[in-house]
Design a protein around this ligand. Structure first.
Ligand SMILES: Nc1ncnc2c1ncn2[C@@H]1O[C@H](COP(=O)(O)OP(=O)(O)OP(=O)(O)O)[C@@H](O)[C@H]1O
Ligand SMILES: [Mg+2]
Length: 286
């Protein structure tokens, strides 16, 4: 009874949350006429998957967290976001998902500004894999398909291959129909994370946001994640909050966040050569 009461209370809290206004800002501004004031231009071919310009934001008016952050993720690139704890990396992800409105600055996906896209359309281009990736009760197939119920078995195996899990799933007693989660087969945290990545990729995002686990990954899972990130570039662009050196080294470019702004950006060898702060940060992670 008490457990049910607790759950009911939580459901009531969720229902009481304010509903986001999901219409494009351009439409909201032009109230009587639903025509966007700026017609959404078709994206020019080489537009970056994500472009952030001069983003300013804080949770409280007197405490800015981001103070002019800019970064670009080219299509099919792997960009690593690094910086000391509290620098604003997770806040940047929250703004990219549009959980908060920035004070100023612009966000573009495929060259299309946030103001021109409603929340649902904006988020349909983004997939986000958090640090902790619990599996839900059900089969592996249920866990993979809930954002893409129409995915065929062929597509499932293709994506499992991308995340380096084909052999693991082959060895499960009932393959894709094996029960996983609390009452099913136990999978390691690295495997759970790669299943979460597979689930995200099945929805065919343009941009995958990945917050790497800070907890220790064993060498086999660490290597599998690095291979996975390489393969995923065929599918989409990646922006990864990188805690591990192997990711930073594998990235096409590295953006270092400090004091709410981009303190350095470039390839790993460039930053090592030119930025003492980056050298110090990567020294701590060796
Ligand atoms: N929901 C929130 N409300 C108020 N302040 C917050 C909130 N979330 C984060 N902050 C503050 O914003 C700043 C940036 O936090 P953020 O979580 O973005 O840092 P981070 O770079 O992700 O750090 P870490 O590497 O430890 O995850 C911190 O000072 C933090 O205390
Ligand atoms: Mg964080």
């Amino acid at each position: 009874m008490n457990r049910a009461k607790g759950s009911a209370e939580r459901i009531r809290e969720v229902h009481a949350l304010p509903v986001e206004d999901s219409a494009p800002a351009a439409i909201r501004r032009a109230a009587p006429s639903p025509r966007p004031t700026t017609a959404p231009a078709p994206a020019p071919a080489p537009a970056p998957a994500l472009e952030i310009r001069d983003l300013r934001f804080g949770y409280r008016p007197d405490a800015p967290v981001l103070q002019g952050l800019s970064l670009t993720v080219p299509p099919h690139a792997l960009v690593a976001l690094v910086g000391p704890s509290g620098a604003g990396k997770s806040t940047t992800f929250a703004l990219i998902n549009r959980f908060y409105e920035p004070w100023s600055g612009t966000l573009r996906i495929d060259g299309r500004p946030a103001a021109d896209l409603g929340l649902a359309e904006w988020r349909s281009h983004i997939a986000w894999v958090e640090q902790h990736c619990p599996l839900l009760h059900g089969t592996l197939r249920d866990n993979l398909c809930y954002a893409a119920p129409e995915a065929t078995d062929e597509r499932l195996w293709q994506v499992l291959d991308l995340v380096n899990l084909t052999r693991k799933v082959d060895r499960l007693p009932e393959g894709l129909d094996t029960e996983v989660g609390e009452r099913g087969v136990r999978l390691s945290s690295g495997e759970r994370q790669r299943i979460a990545i597979a689930r995200a990729v099945l929805a065919r995002p343009r941009l995958l946001l990945l917050d790497e686990p800070t907890a220790h990954l064993d060498p086999a899972n660490e290597a599998a994640l690095t291979v996975t990130m390489h393969s995923l570039r065929k599918e989409c662009a990646l922006l990864v909050i990188a805690h591990r050196m192997s990711t930073i080294e594998a990235a096409d470019s590295v953006v270092m966040l400090a004091d709410g702004t981009t303190s350095a950006a470039g390839t790993y060898p460039e930053l090592l050569r030119t930025h003492p702060d980056f050298r110090r940060l990567s020294g701590q992670r060796q």
